[in-house]
Ligand binder design. Structure first.
Ligand SMILES: Cc1cc2nc3c(=O)[nH]c(=O)nc-3n(C[C@H](O)[C@H](O)[C@H](O)COP(=O)(O)O)c2cc1C
Ligand SMILES: [Mn+2]
Length: 505
């Protein structure tokens, strides 16, 4: 029996979004050449419902695209609703509750996937000469892109040669030929690590790519869990039930049975082709393409009327910020808390394009440690920058936990008023980091190090556990009875009832 619900079944996820008014069923013909990308990009900005393109002007009839699968939602009170639906959580879930749920599943015993004989992804099976990726409405997402992108919201499945570790990971793939894709497999990422193991033996890497995967599995595949951890077991722990998987047609890997589209084949041990450029998570598109590994597709299986999910990367908020950023926040929070440092929360502000993580410090616990600012910054840098998670994040902001770090307005205010321009910036030129960060010098990119810092937004007295100034605000500057009176009489004063700041998550 097919697993149901928005966390483990992409089709149910789409149906649920449509039912809650957080997706629109677009019936007019739309072109996958730039129009899908333009509509989706605008939806991120306007917080309109996710576009489900049902009539595409290219590709075989019946195939569909869902744009902005984890864009922020404009449904009142539910800005994170589309994200929460990935985990089967209520649409009004807050970032705090979501992160606590993600962290507790990291502590739980993994629940391995369950092998089932067949599933929806096998409704159509194409092998040999029938494999033709151009049958799909593969979109050209931005004018500057070097090609059409098939995989912007799908994950790779690879297994180590000894069979002990299966990795699910999100990484983009560009259409290269009728049955080939090309895309990055960075050596620090698990896809690249496992690909190297096979290539070192002179063998092809058995590979599959899953699109329209169970949303919780996609999110876990975009999460920097440590090496040798199977993302599938984490999804089982997170959702409370094992993920149903089926054997591929050709290469002995297992893929979620509830997937819209599965591509299977191998990664060539040495063949590369130019890939990119593409608009990227930091918000820029650069002009160059780069040689990247070639993925050969030997079989395609898909659901009837398959839906290809699409992320149109660029300025926040898109899925690199809402999904990747949130999953990085969860692993970062767990690392910092587990290290014993006085950390109460961690959050990659979506607005910062996954280039910074804000860390909330419990100043009373901080005072008990007797740490100096330098010692705290060094300790945070050591815990984070040496980790798989911290490799991804170049900047860390330390903020006292009177600040709600999920509110960017409060973070900006803290940074401006509390960070000392001379002594507050602690730099780590030797720390390894993702080379895609736009401000890195060519030398830093080559070395794979540098451009990393911890910025302290902690006031001097906060190291003694106190804050001298009282925040002058509605919440802090008036007695409770006055606040209650003013709130209760709001409409009587002639103000509209709705909270005008309600538009901002
Ligand atoms: C929408 C989206 C797109 C992503 N694109 C890429 C990409 O193209 N290359 C990459 O290395 N990581 C990309 N990531 C981030 C990785 O999925 C993430 O770092 C993950 O931890 C990698 O898996 P691993 O930890 O098993 O290596 C993307 C994440 C998301 C959510
Ligand atoms: Mn992994």
């Amino acid at each position: 029996m097919t697993q149901r619900g928005s966390a483990l079944n992409f089709r149910d996820f789409v149906t649920e979004l449509l039912a809650t008014g957080d997706a629109v069923d677009i019936r007019v013909p739309v072109s996958p050449t730039l129009e899908v990308g333009a509509v989706t990009r605008r939806v991120y900005d306007t917080r309109d419902p996710a576009p489900l393109f049902g009539d595409l002007t290219e590709g075989a009839p019946g195939l569909r695209i869902l744009g902005a699968p984890a864009g922020l939602s404009g449904v009142p009170g539910e800005p994170y609703g589309r994200l929460a639906a990935h985990f089967g959580l209520p649409r009004d879930t807050t970032p705090r509750d979501l992160l606590e749920k993600l962290v507790s599943a990291m502590k739980a015993r993994p629940v391995p996937p369950r092998i089932v004989p067949t599933g929806p992804c096998k409704e159509n099976v194409l092998t040999g000469a029938d494999v033709d990726l151009t049958r799909f409405p593969v979109p050209l997402l931005h004018e500057q892109d070097g090609g059409r992108y098939f995989g912007t919201y799908g994950f790779h499945v690879v297994r180590t040669p000894d069979g002990r570790w299966t990795s699910w990971s999100v990484s983009r793939t560009m259409l290269h030929g009728r049955d080939t894709l090309v895309g990055p497999a960075m050596p620090q990422q698990h896809l690249g690590m496992i690909h190297r193991m096979w290539a070192d033996r002179g063998e092809r890497t058995p590979w599959a790519m899953v699109l329209g995967a169970p949303p919780a599995a996609l999110a876990a595949a975009g999460m920097p869990l440590p090496a040798e951890v199977d993302e599938s077991g984490y999804v089982g722990a997170l959702t409370g039930s094992p993920v149903d998987v089926v054997r591929t047609e050709t290469n002995g890997l297992y893929v979620p049975a509830n997937s819209e589209i599965v591509l299977e084949g191998y990664i060539s041990p040495d063949e590369t082709a130019p890939e990119g450029p593409m608009g990227e998570y930091h918000g820029y598109a650069f002009a160059e393409s780069k040689p990247q590994p070639v993925f050969h597709v030997e079989a395609v299986t898909h659901r009837d009327r398959a839906v290809l999910p699409v992320c149109v990367a660029g300025l926040p908020p898109e899925e690199n910020h809402t999904i990747w950023g949130t999953m990085i926040s969860a692993t970062g929070l767990d690392l910092l808390r587990s290290s014993g440092l006085p950390v109460s929360f961690a959050w990659c502000s979506y607005e910062a394009a996954t280039c910074w993580m804000v860390v909330a410090v419990d100043i009373r616990r901080l005072a008990r440690t007797r740490m100096t600012e330098r010692e705290l910054a060094d300790a945070v840098a050591e815990v984070l920058f040496g980790s798989h998670t911290g490799w991804l994040v170049p900047k860390v902001l330390l903020v006292a936990d009177d600040i709600d770090i999920t509110d960017i307005d409060q973070v900006v205010w803290a940074m401006a008023t509390r960070s000392h321009p001379v002594t507050g910036h602690h730099v780590y030129p030797d720390a390894p980091g993702i080379p895609m960060v736009p401000y890195l010098t060519e030398e830093e990119v080559r070395a794979g190090r540098g451009g990393k810092c911890v910025v302290s937004c902690l006031l001097p007295e906060q190291f003694d556990g106190v804050t001298r100034g009282v925040t002058a605000s509605f919440d802090n500057s008036f007695p409770e009875d006055v606040r209650r009176h003013v709130t209760a009489h709001w409409a009587d004063y002639g103000f509209p009832a709705a909270d005008r700041r309600g538009h901002r998550p």
